[in-house]
Write a protein that binds this ligand. Sequence first.
Ligand code: DX5
Ligand code: ZN
Length: 214
Amino acid sequence: MIKVAPSLLAADYLKIGEGIRRAKDAGADWLHFDVMDGMFVPNISFGQGILKAAAGSGLLPCDAHLMIEKPERYIEEFAAAGARVITVHAEATNHLNRALHQIRECGCLAGVALNPATSPDCLRYVLGDFDLALVMTVNPGFGGQKLIPSAVEKIAEIDRMLKAAGVKAEIEVDGGVNEANAAELTGKGATVLVAGSAFFRAQDGAAFVRNLKK
Ligand code: DX5
Ligand code: ZN
């Protein structure tokens, strides 16, 4: 079963609650929450206070994507704010194994994100330590970019790696996902699709979610 996770980054910030409600009513599974620090990525977005409010609404599980340097500094805070999934970038920490265990110890699902130019090889040494691998199909930092085709094959590589090791984990794809490319991504093994601008631009959110899950 494919999960769809609308990214709050593309919502109207004056109406965040309505954006979350729209995602819920459309049949989305998770709310994707992009945290940016202006260091790991050039942009700054929002933090644990907004996530706490979103999680407190009880509408959708919050999927926190931490695009921040040394994410281990904030894992407890995002868990306490109510995140269900916490994903850190392999490029942002010197201690990926430790950070993943820290996330699980907080009772959350642990995710590892890889930038488009990062090899999936680093996952080999943490197989079994994560619940989700996030394949970035744009350079992180901004919504509304076009998917980078060369990053797509990584989905299949990770899928093969997980199957060969007999390890179960979600493969989430983030960046430039839309109704035209979703089937290719799920065909390669993606199980969670993040959509920001395409979801919030869609006239009919429920039809959009259905089409992504096909
Ligand atoms: C990019 C973020 C994405 C972004 C996706 O740094 O991680 O989650 O919001 O937005 P779209 O779907 O517009 O590419
Ligand atoms: Zn994201």
